[in-house]
Design a protein around this ligand. Sequence first.
Ligand SMILES: [Ca+2]
Ligand SMILES: [Ca+2]
Ligand SMILES: [Ca+2]
Ligand SMILES: [Ca+2]
Length: 632
Amino acid sequence: MSKCTILRSTAAIALLAGSSAFAQPEGYMSNDDLASRLKQIASNEHASLDSIGESLGGAPLHLLTLSSGDSARPAIMIVAGIDAQYLVSTEIAARIAEELLEKHSDLLDEMTVYIVPRANPDGAARNMGKILSGHTGNARLVDEDRDRMVDEDHADDLNGDGIITMMRRLEPTLDDRPSHLVDPDDPRLNIKPNTDDGQQAVFTIYPEGLDNDGDGLINEDGFGAVDVNMNFMHRWPEHDPHAGRYALSEPEAYALARFVLERDDIVAAVTIGKHDNMINQPDSKKKDITNRSPLEIDAGDADLYKQAGEWFKEASSFASAEKHDSAGSFHAWMYAQRGIPSYAINAWARPEESKGDQGGESVEKQDTTNDETALTPSPVGDISMETLDELREAYTQMTGEEPDESMLNQITPAMVEQFAAQAGIEVRRVKQEEDAPSDVSKADAKKEAKISKKLSEDAKWLKYFEQEGINGFIDWQPIDHPTLGKVEIGGFIPGAKINPPASLLDELATMHTNFVTKVMDMQPEVEVLGPEVKQIAEGLFEVRIVIQNNGELSTTTSFSRTTRSVKPVIVRLSVPVDRIIQGQRVDRIWGVGGNGGRSSHAWVFRTTDINNETITIDDPRFGKQIIKLGTN
Ligand SMILES: [Ca+2]
Ligand SMILES: [Ca+2]
Ligand SMILES: [Ca+2]
Ligand SMILES: [Ca+2]
């Protein structure tokens, strides 16, 4: 009961400190907003708007094409909004289009840019609806628990805040073994017990909801849906109910795959979403189950990804990225089955704290004020009675009732700090009696400082939200649950760690545009040297050409050269086969290495008129080029 009281007071104090109710991702584009913005973008002479298909729910899958000219040229493809929760990726993709048109239109002479800004519009709509549940898929109904009933037990917004968060079951029954306890450093966080520290689990955790179908399980089959980004062929996770019934079963995934398969001009892809292979480099050693395809990338492409990773780090200044399995993802398929360099990036990363600004212990030192001798000790560590009185007052003002005295027996200094921070009260501490500290206690103190410095990821998020004034967490609030008894509802707001405040979007988009332009800038440059035509005898000629790549990167991935998954460049001599003495009438080039890499082609043939003969170079990316061998 007393713990409950403390937590109730946490909630009360949080309210007192002005923590507002949840607002939908403010400043983010709904599907309608996106449609009008894209229309606006497409009013530019170098942009056009189409769709590659429809979502399961019938929403258009927009395609923005940026290009200044009609001649064949290679293309880069940017895909965003495939991961339903990553609304930020769509915001970035639309802005990249705008920035490319405004500031980098010269690059559009060299390359086409295909942008699919929201590959999963139904999922996005669900994450911008009335109830925020952290939806991760499309609009497909999925029977998660495979009992042949679909969506029979979904999450319920029990406290009516419009958000599905978590529940702590405070008094679990004997058959429900406690798994977590309140983090002593921050009562908002749940931790698993560290038995070395003598910690013991107190409560169990559930997603917010009821046992709608009375089978004893809570939320076992909600609106789960298929994750479009798990529905592609490379390492398709067939046993995951969210991967779809078969690869490309979802119209969104099918439309993307068809778009890519119908085109030979795509030479690089950037997918913005939950996956990353730029900050955390992909594995270049392991093979998949066939032992032929690499699990992630081929060893021969490790340098390519390393190089791109450096561009990305430089452009984004991100220090870390999310780690998710890429099984069945669009970006993994693009590389492993299409042979295209496929870069996956996160749109946003929480800024890392600078060294020396980690943990709370530096704050503690600052807060040791000079007049500590005037402060009265309290039962709560070195917290002064004065501070506790202020907190009590704040609580009374808020609730109109006196706080329960038993709270003082349960509360820890860390909790006080937390409450005080929320209520805007300065923590004043009583100076501890200064015995000459022994070496042992000094070492202990050092050790403790080290531990307190190591904030958990969740603690870092809370700190960041507080610093930036972001409403990313619902404070725990007690409620009587019909089957679980006493519970508290609260936790991180779905998507809060994914989608930054809209005020950051422009700046992030500029960073990502810098990465995209770098990728475009560094595309291979292919040049045809020659032809050298030598007449050996009357009607007998020797001809030579060289195709040279002056760019830094190879024209194709090493993996695609092995698997021949990208269409080759075809070199064709006009002379009939029976007159060719040396050389192939048709040559195929599967790739030309970077930094002056060459593909040489030579023939000896007979012809009655060299002026009639040609060499045709048919490049699926750069188009067709016909070289006349005669002089007139
Ligand atoms: Ca079911
Ligand atoms: Ca379901
Ligand atoms: Ca709720
Ligand atoms: Ca149930």
